[in-house]
Design a protein around this ligand. Structure first.
Ligand code: ANZ
Length: 807
């Protein structure tokens, strides 16, 4: 028989599905809404990569299963087409991002997404660069601004001195420019921030009750970085009324403080620096504008000539400025305890500052300041700490915190490492931030009926090299009037971060054709929150944090009923090659189109899902892809042979029936729990079982096709039609197993002694002949008949009877 001609049938079904719109749901009527979301792609690189494919196919398997199980599944897709990814790609090609993006979107949609066999509902396609979309991105910004959640302040940006451009944080790899590897500097600019930190506590606490992959929740907890400590102030020598405030998580180590360090640009620096140190401090502040790389072990700093007064001992403690102290964290200042903090230890050794041990391990050898080579950072027992000597670290932390709170010179406080979200980008390819600056009225949001602020279509779109957005040069754009007073005013020239576009797209899909509002309340009530979102774990902390934050903020502003966007989230594994992440720079790219072209979408889908557990990371190799191709061919052959059979030739045993139902059960449960690889293995075994038999039944063939449908949607659809079905397999109901059929079958056997029935036994269907004979002679009743006779023979007629012949 001829082999399965995937190219012909995949083309046939793509066209048919599109024409019959079988993947479009009527959003207003659908009886059992189920929103199956996948992360929309950046249409930036050469095309979808194998990681996108892997994620999308796995998500589609879920959507298809839910649909066959009776849900009205909405599976939309779109393009996250603004931002640095698209713009950098445009820079590399020297093509205007508008032209290149449109071209890429076309390629992604027609050549890739439509071929992969996902049940996308294209009638709700989104593109974030579409003014109909970013109008609402801007509208959201205005709502946040009005709600006090958008704020403008001076902040450092990453500046690449070689490329002469501002970089997004994601483009700074260990302090170096992602593109040219120069050390990134920082520059100060007025920037817009969204107040993510207002939500730190809720973003953290809600995680406990979210049905999300644990690995994502763990990353988010870590990124939010809650810590509990003491904030306290110390007097500055010779400056009554001036204090330096520090934050510590180890108040028990306070007697070991030998210096104080401020962030280099701390507000106190100018005030406290002694005249003799001013030049050196100023020079240091300038050099420190180069960001340190994370691997760098050396730290830099400068002495201010000023001293703080130790709150317990009254000693003079030198105040330094140092680059390891972060500006925006805690109080932007630390008490330096070299003996018990690694960074402080490194800094003290370098600057020759004293090391004073005040915590000793509760068991084992004591620490000696003169010989220690690294800080002792664990809890222990206090020494040389006045009234606190002898306490455990835990006791001392409480007692010392109490001491400060009673004065009051300090308070216990909770800090989060999470920062506010800097959304200003001094770039071209994004939605202009909808703000107008009026000399009289300050920053005024663009009135909502004037949105969108359209991104001007200009020739000079490349980064300018001045650190200022290319939009600054466009007079028509910049010059406007104040919405409040009508006087001349200037527009904001920065665009917003690409992550803002993707922080709300899921809200827009169901309402994609609504021109009046960002999301239609009725659609939103019916379809949201998203039932299942599946995507890469690499988005654990940026995208997936922002999406939660925006939902919470919109909820608090009264614009959404819910505050968590996704009921469930599952992270698919990351595909690697020889353990390394796949990337263009490593030259280990895998071209999914090649496989689709040569082996078919079904085979590639099935192979990707067969490689390993869907949620686990794993290496890609196409070594075993031939096995999947052969499997599909054998399914094809089996069905071709089956079509020759007459109904009379079909028969099943109890065991055949049991296998059928066991297969349904296993495949269903594995698909539901994302064990796609074992579901496929079960189907492979089942195919072997069927091919070994002379004749499979219609029901067995149908079930095989139904179970295969989510994984290999094309071949299953074609064979479904060939076996006489007139409507799509993808709208057919999912098979349900019969719990009774999967029980091990048993049967009753009459036992004769010399041809007369004397007893009956119940035995499992697969019991061996020997075991049956043993059981037959062992029953109490049979024993009575045979005790005084000798057994000449035991005859077993399979499934019918046992006859014991005596002498
Ligand atoms: C003194 C001390 C002694 C500290 C000791 C630790 C161990 P987390 O857990 O991350 O919150 N710190 C405080 N503010 C800082 C800033 N702006 N930049 C850099 N480091 C800062 O860490 C809190 C600890 O980090 C604080 O506790 C402080 O050092 C440091 F044996 O204070 B500790």
């Amino acid at each position: 028989a001829p082999r399965y001609d995937f190219a012909r049938f995949e083309a046939k079904w793509r066209a048919r599905w599109e024409e019959q719109k079988i993947y479009q749901v009527d959003l207003r009527q659908a009886p059992r809404p189920y929103y199956n979301l996948m992360m929309f792609p950046y249409p930036s690189a050469e095309g979808l990569h194998v990681g996108n494919f892997y994620s999308y196919v796995g998500s589609d398997l879920h959507g298809r299963l839910m649909a066959m199980q009776g849900h009205s599944v909405f599976e939309p897709i779109g393009f996250d087409a603004f931002g640095i990814h698209s713009e950098n790609f445009a820079i590399k090609r020297g093509i205007h991002p508008r032209i290149l993006t449109a071209h890429n979107v076309e390629h992604f949609r027609e050549q890739q997404l439509k071929r992969m066999g996902n049940r996308f509902d294209w009638s709700h396609e989104l593109n974030t660069t579409d003014p109909d979309y970013y109008r609402w991105t801007q509208w959201i910004f205005v709502q946040l601004f009005k709600g006090g959640l958008a704020e403008r302040k001076a902040a450092p940006v990453n500046w690449c001195p070689h490329d002469k451009t501002v970089l997004a944080d994601e483009q700074v790899i260990n302090g170096h420019c992602e593109r040219c590897d120069s050390i990134v500097e920082r520059r100060w600019l007025e920037q817009w921030f969204l107040k993510l930190t207002n939500y730190a506590g809720r973003l953290l606490d809600n995680l406990d009750s979210l049905d999300w992959s644990e690995r994502v929740k763990a990353s988010q907890r870590n990124w939010i970085g809650r810590s509990q400590g003491l904030e306290f102030r110390m007097e500055i020598e010779g400056k009554p009324g001036s204090y330096v405030e520090v934050y510590t998580t180890r108040p028990d180590t306070i007697s070991g403080m030998t210096f104080v360090a401020l962030a280099p640009h701390h507000a106190l620096v100018t005030e406290i620096t002694a005249p003799a140190y001013r030049d050196r401090v100023r020079a240091y502040q300038e050099t420190v504008n180069s960001l340190r790389t994370q691997q760098e072990q050396t730290m830099t700093g400068a002495f201010t000539g000023a001293y703080a007064i130790h709150p317990f001992s009254g000693e003079r403690i030198p105040i330094w400025i140092a680059d390891f102290v972060l500006e925006g964290y805690g109080a932007g200042a630390v008490m330096g305890v070299p003996a018990h903090d690694e960074r402080d230890f490194t800094f003290a050794r370098q600057e020759d500052l004293p090391v004073r041990v005040v915590v000793q391990p509760s068991s084992g050898p004591a620490i000696d300041a003169a010989t220690m080579t690294e800080a002792f950072t664990q809890a222990g027992v206090l020494v040389d700490s006045g009234a606190y000597t002898g306490m455990s670290s835990i006791q001392a932390q409480e007692a010392i915190s109490d001491w400060f709170e009673q004065r009051p010179l300090g308070r216990r406080s909770v800090k989060y490492r999470l920062r506010d979200w800097l959304i200003s980008r001094q770039r071209y390819w994004g939605p202009p931030i909808p703000i107008i600056y009026c000399p009289e009225h300050g920053a005024v949001p663009v009135p909502e009926d004037q949105l969108p602020v359209v991104l001007p279509d200009v020739e000079q779109w490349m980064p300018t090299g001045t650190g200022v957005s290319p939009l600054a040069a466009i007079e028509d754009f910049v010059n406007t009037t104040c919405p409040v007073c009508g006087q001349p005013a200037r527009r904001e020239i920065d665009v917003s971060d690409n992550f803002l576009d993707s922080a709300w797209y899921y809200l827009r899909y169901p309402s994609s054709d609504d021109q009046q509002q960002a999301w239609n309340p009725e659609m939103t009530r019916r379809w949201l929150p998203v039932d299942m979102c599946i995507g890469g774990a690499d988005h654990s902390v940026l995208h997936l944090m922002y999406v939660r934050f925006i939902a919470m903020a919109l909820h608090d502003l009264g614009l959404l009923d819910f505050s968590e966007p996704f009921r469930r989230f599952r992270a698919n594994g990351t595909i690697t090659r020889d353990g390394a992440k796949i990337s263009k720079s490593r030259g280990n790219m895998i071209n999914p189109d090649h496989y689709v072209e040569h082996l078919g979408a079904d085979a590639f889908r099935m192979y990707l899902m067969f490689m390993g557990p869907y949620e686990a990371d794993g290496d890609f190799s196409d070594r075993n892809i031939g096995g999947v191709v052969r499997f599909l061919d054998r399914v094809w052959q089996l069905v071709q042979q089956h079509r020759q059979l007459t109904a009379a030739q079909q028969s099943v045993t109890r065991e055949d029936r049991r296998m059928l139902h066991v297969t349904i059960k296993r495949v269903t449960e594995d698909l539901q729990t994302f064990k796609y690889n074992t579901a496929i293995a079960t189907l492979m075994e089942y195919l072997n079982t069927l091919t070994r038999r002379a004749h499979a039944t219609d029901q067995e063939i149908e079930t095989l096709l139904l179970l295969l449908a989510p994984i290999a949607p094309f071949i299953s659809e074609e064979l479904w039609e060939q076996t006489g079905h007139t409507s799509s397999i993808h709208t057919a109901p999912w098979p349900v197993y019969d719990p009774e059929a999967i029980q091990q079958e048993t049967f009753w056997l009459p036992i004769q002694v010399d041809g007369r029935v004397r007893d009956r036994i119940e035995v499992p269907a697969d019991t061996s002949e020997e075991a049956i004979k043993q059981q037959a002679i062992g029953t109490a009743r049979i024993q009575r008949y045979i005790t005084d006779r000798s057994i000449q023979n035991i005859i077993y007629v399979p499934g019918r009877l046992v006859n014991i012949v005596t002498q």
